[in-house]
Ligand binder design. Structure first.
Ligand SMILES: NC(=O)c1ccc[n+]([C@@H]2O[C@H](COP(=O)([O-])OP(=O)(O)OC[C@H]3O[C@@H](n4cnc5c(N)ncnc54)[C@H](O)[C@@H]3O)[C@@H](O)[C@H]2O)c1
Ligand SMILES: O=C(O)[C@H](O)COP(=O)(O)O
Length: 526
């Protein structure tokens, strides 16, 4: 079997692959066309952030079984395309955490003491002691957005520097944060209080341009900004404007929306702009960790059939998978639904398996449910193997119970979650042998296929409301492919679950929210 390696990894990893009898083809710097050609005959591919595995490239693969990322971020892999082709996608989270955190600290010091600018000036023959007046970090407030693996290491080191640390992470509880010595605050409070802001969230739909003109307006005058997470989280043109008008006194980026950035990128011309070419994980230690981990994982999978750190596949035998698959899909969707309905960090998940499903091995279902729930927050860092661990790390209590009969269905998976300030109940079943259905959301009974872009609407049960919703969506060019209505007759209230062909944007959602008798509207992705 052949493994294609399209970004540099250390020879230690290559050795492991070869020793296991795998043929290795190392080809870095390929154009998309060359990549399509090279991937055609590969059984496995090892990448870092330099290789873009788009749907088109993945489609070209004829016998690819595994995509393995020597590192963390998987935003350069089209997961949907890999899922469609049944290709296992795995990463090596953790191996470069320390290096990425240390790079963030290096950026913070560089900004606070103008080190790169002062060095450039001195090398140009100048001696400008007055110009490069710096600031101390001790006593300053560091605002961390994303208190995961890297964010927590940055917090720990910053506390050692005697800084105050505040953080925003909607998926972390105040108790977990305070155990780290960090005060959990809202995003607006972080903007208002932080002298330095650093980003440690994955790049996904929800975090794209998270830092934009509006956010800069809420920040302190003279704030410093660091992004060692992913390009695209910061709107670079908005940053340029904020630096030009003095709101941001300095910024340090290790990552760019387009890598490498165009040479005439306006930020590259700013004196108070510090940058590195995506070096967060570029240390011998981190590269050794990820090279060894990625090669061992690929050998384990291709040679021994063992899956580790996969983000898109449960670890069950092929036989059992046939029976469990529809329930795995349902459980994961119930988890994703609960994650999107929750109004705060999840504290408890109680899962009840009723009827036929209670007789099966429900462990992979519970794991899939937790993965569905946590994927909203952790994306590439949660998989079928580590989902329970990640839930435990976050202090989420999980209970599982089974009853042999289900009142109205042959099988039912019911999930109640408690979050700060409330709880939600959802239940789903499998119709026939394979069709997942959501049959209850809180008090509302319905019969909905959980798939794609959906809108979850609460409304008063009055004539004409459904018509108005249809017209509003129609005027926005959104096609309703399915509609489910659940009723609560005593309170004359409905829930409506709509499937739409394309994701509704914020203007459509707010137009729906403003309709008479509509109580709430939530877009969902299932
Ligand atoms: N510059 C580099 O070379 C380098 C190296 C490693 C990782 N990274 C990047 O850093 C990112 C973070 O890595 P990690 O290992 O800490 O991941 P992680 O999954 O451990 O942590 C991410 C945190 O972000 C939080 N989060 C998710 N959505 C959020 C939102 N909208 N607002 C606030 N918080 C949110 C999650 O709850 C989680 O705690 C990776 O996704 C990767 O893109 C960059
Ligand atoms: O997500 C990661 O692991 C980092 O961004 C490292 O990327 P790299 O492997 O391309 O250095």
């Amino acid at each position: 079997m052949k493994v294609l390696v399209t970004d540099p990894i250390l020879p230690d990893g290559i050795e492991i692959l070869k020793k296991a009898g795998l043929e290795v083809e190392e080809r870095t710097g390929l154009s998309p066309e060359e990549l399509k050609e090279a991937i055609r005959e590969a059984d496995g591919i090892i990448i870092r952030s330099g290789t873009k595995l788009t749907a088109e490239v993945i489609e070209a693969a004829e016998r690819l079984k595994v995509i393995a990322r020597a590192g963390t971020g998987l935003d350069n892999v089209d997961l949907e395309a890999a899922n469609r082709k049944g290709i296992v996608v795995m990463n090596c989270p953790g191996g470069n955490t320390n290096s990425a955190a240390e790079h963030t600290l290096a950026m913070m010091f560089a900004l606070a003491r103008n080190i790169p600018q002062a060095m450039t000036s001195l090398k140009a023959g100048r001696w400008e002691r007055k110009k490069f007046m710096g600031r101390e970090l001790m006593g300053k407030t560091l605002g961390i957005i994303g208190l995961g693996r890297i964010g927590s290491v940055v917090a720990d080191r910053a506390l050692g520097l005697k800084m105050h640390v505040v953080a925003y992470d909607p998926f972390v509880t105040p108790e977990q944060a305070s155990k780290m010595g960090v005060e959990l605050v809202s995003l607006d409070e972080l903007y208002a209080r932080a002298d330095i802001i650093t980003l440690h969230v994955p790049l996904m739909k929800e975090t794209y341009h998270l830092i934009n003109a509006e956010s800069f307006a809420k920040m302190k005058e003279g704030v410093l900004l660091i992004n060692c997470a992913r390009g695209g989280i910061v709107d670079e043109m908005a940053l340029y404007e904020a630096m030009k008008n003095g709101k941001v006194a300095g910024a340090a980026l290790d990552v760019f929306e387009k890598e490498p950035p165009d040479p005439d990128h306006p930020l590259l011309k700013m004196e108070n702009f510090v940058c590195t070419p995506h070096l967060g994980a570029s240390t011998l230690e981190a590269q050794k960790n990820v090279a060894l981990a990625v090669a061992t994982q690929v050998v384990d999978f291709l040679v021994h059939g063992v899956v580790r750190n996969a983000v898109n596949m449960p670890s069950v035998s092929a036989e059992a998978l046939k029976i469990l698959k529809p329930y795995i899909v349902l459980a994961e969707k119930l988890g994703a639904l609960q994650a999107q309905l929750a109004e705060g960090p999840v504290e408890e998940i109680a899962i009840e398996y009723q009827g036929e499903v209670s007789q099966l091995d429900t462990e992979p279902l519970t794991v899939a449910l937790i993965k569905g729930l946590l994927s909203r927050a952790l994306r590439e860092d949660v998989n079928y193997v580590n989902a329970p661990l990640r839930a435990r790390e976050r202090g989420i209590k999980i209970t599982e119970s089974k009853t042999e009969t289900a009142e109205d269905f042959l099988n039912l998976i019911a999930v109640r979650i408690k979050f700060k300030g409330g709880d939600n109940y959802v239940a789903g079943t499998i119709f026939g042998k394979t069709e997942p259905r959501i049959v209850q959301i809180n008090r509302f009974r319905l019969d909905a296929l959980p798939e794609g872009h959906m809108l979850y609407i609460h409304n008063e049960d009055r004539p004409g409301v459904i018509g108005l919703i249809g017209v509003t969506l129609g005027e926005a060019g959104l096609n309703i492919s399915r509609m489910y209505v659940g009723q609560e007759p005593e309170k004359r209230r409905n829930v409506i679950l709509l499937s739409v062909d394309t994701p509704p944007d914020e203007s459509v959602v707010s137009a729906l929210r403003n309709l008479p008798h509509v109580l709430s509207v939530k877009p969902l992705e299932l």
